[in-house]
Ligand binder design. Sequence first.
Ligand SMILES: [Zn+2]
Length: 441
Amino acid sequence: MMLKIKRVPTVVSNYQKEEGSEAPRTVGGCGRNCLKACCIQDAKLPLYAFKKISKVGGKDLVVEKCQEELPLAFLDSLVLGEWEDRVQRGLFRYDVTSCETKVIPGEYGFIAQLNEGRHLKKRPTEFRVDKVLQPFDENKFNFTKVGQEEVLFQFEASEDGEVQFHPNAPVDVENSPSFVAINVSPIEYGHVLLIPRIFECLPQRIDHESLLLALHMAAEAANPYFRLGYNSLGAFATINHLHFQAYYLAMPFPIEKAPTKKIATLNGGVKMSELLNYPVRGLVFEGGDTLEDLSKVVSDACISLQNNNIPHNVLISDCGTQVFLLPQCYAEKQALGEVNAELLDTQVNPAAWEISGHMVLKRKKDFDEASEANAWRLLAEVSLSEERFQEVKALIFEAIALTKESDDSPQYLPKDDVVDSVDPSTYPAVVAGSQECVVLQ
Ligand SMILES: [Zn+2]
């Protein structure tokens, strides 16, 4: 039996509506100035080509950049400048700067935002939540259907190793460009979408190359308040077309301040830790000699979750040098009727931002009554149980260790400060979807 729950969707593009509900505009091509063959041939869009950070001392370079108290980095001003331009052009569904935001009093500093505009009442859709990997469906909304005016720029690695910017670059569809576009239902200032290799129509699933692109974007923005997030299917992604989200929030997220316990040092010096004293159990990956090292470890971890049908969220912070990985089971519990009615009534979708401590609330009542205890209660429902988390952690270890063998790179060596090292061989093989989080009916 296919498991579905009624969702109140969020519109991320002005073209994400019932087909035919939009009156065609009087421009060339199909009339919508879209990204498909009808309109894209002669399109010109800005192109930002980032410098690939060199292998040696790459990490230092990124960290240095992040900490410099210089005027806005170029990518930063490009994102915000283009975003503001789209505000002026009236492309957003509401003015996010008028949404009330407050820090919830308490030890953790959860942030609450009242965002009534994001709530779309008209079109509840059915969305399958029990499969993390689902094939791309051309007939459903995807980002090739957005208008060119929603695209801010193309984003790619520079060929000659220097940062380049072209305000009017042709769109080389054959060459798999990645786009940065606005989210027309922003939850904060500068809320954008990074859509890797948009014309390849990839389903929502992490691969090494795409995660690396996201890390590069965080590094290029060079602003610790600019984070990227990723939601898998089953963990509140609403569109099955590979994308990351990103926005600015000028305060630390509670998850970034949570204490951690180091578990291991992995290939390339990537440090792996476990979150402590946080309502959602999760892993933290940090540092490494290069962004590639970090991206490889994290993407291997995500791929193992995908292959084992475990919904998850990812937060990329600290200019791309820190990545949080949070397996979750809220949607499954919701579908099984195991979430209490009070939490359900809030209609809060605990995705990457909420799990990180930025609670986007839809009802004034919930905003007024926001408390640390309420935030904690919601997030605790999102978390895997300790037992399940340990199993998932073992799966991830196994995946990372396996890649290493096939890589012919230095073997995995837990350091002596490992508090809680895991030998995957001591764990029984975890059958995909056999635990409380997965619905088999
Ligand atoms: Zn068109």
